[in-house]
Design a protein around this ligand. Structure first.
Ligand code: DX5
Ligand code: ZN
Length: 221
């Protein structure tokens, strides 16, 4: 398996001091910044957009910014995020009219492209686009909110997607998002994930470094 990537979701950070929160979580050992974009249309919640991504870059954040778009339509916001400093842009197939076109659009703007599968989205949505993807993101909760419980059937789904990725022979990351904690991350890694989003488990903890350390240790065990 590829190296373990820990991507704290800033959805659970203190937005009143976001730059400092991101600095602290990177100093605590996080690899990426997971940036949840919600539009109160595709999902019933409203968060942050390209201006905040750009503000983090201006603040001095150099870590990869992993933008998770929960917006519909997708295409018109992609160039803005690329310009704002996004590294990876992932979107939901249900939110794009032309999935292959959106993937190419993301890549043509110099970002890596990911496709996100909701808990009820079948894995065969990957079949004709997997070779164009840099990452598959499996949702282990329904998108829209932090702090929800991990849906257990996602473990079987991870195994199926891991098989497809291995069969492709390409270095495609397999990210998991929702309800990831230090006490379930070992099972999630064993099922095939190599990239772990965690929001409440990290930002609600008193010591970010401690929980990130526990997560890494559990993945490596
Ligand atoms: C949910 C978001 C997640 C969320 C995860 O729609 O995509 O990234 O912040 O939060 P936790 O880790 O608390 O489940
Ligand atoms: Zn997310």
């Amino acid at each position: 398996m590829s190296d373990c990537i820990i991507a704290p979701s800033i959805l659970s950070a203190n937005f009143a001091k976001l730059g400092e929160e991101v600095d602290n979580v990177i100093a605590a050992g996080a690899d990426w910044v997971h940036f949840d974009v919600m539009d109160n249309h595709y999902v019933p919640n409203l968060t942050i957009g390209p201006m905040v991504c750009q503000a983090l870059r201006k603040h001095g954040v150099t870590a990869p910014i992993d933008v998770h778009l929960m917006v519909s339509p997708v295409d018109r916001i992609v160039p803005d995020f690329a310009e704002a400093g996004a590294s990876i842009i992932s979107f939901h197939p249900e939110a794009s009219q032309h999935v292959h076109r959106t993937i190419q659009l993301i890549k043509s703007h110099g970002c890596k492209a990911g496709l996100v599968l909701n808990p009820a989205t079948p894995v065969d949505v990957l079949d004709w686009v997997l070779d164009d993807l840099d990452m598959v993101l499996l949702m282990s909760v329904n998108p829209g909110f932090g702090g929800q419980a991990f849906i257990p059937s996602t473990l079987e789904k991870l195994r199926r997607v891991r098989e497809k990725i291995d069969a492709s022979g390409r270095a495609i990351r397999l990210e998991i998002d929702g309800g990831v904690k230090a006490d379930n991350i070992a099972d999630i890694a064993a099922a095939g994930a190599d990239t772990f989003v965690a929001g409440s488990a990290i930002f609600n903890a008193p010591d970010y470094a401690e929980v990130i350390g526990l997560m890494r240790k559990a993945v490596a065990a």
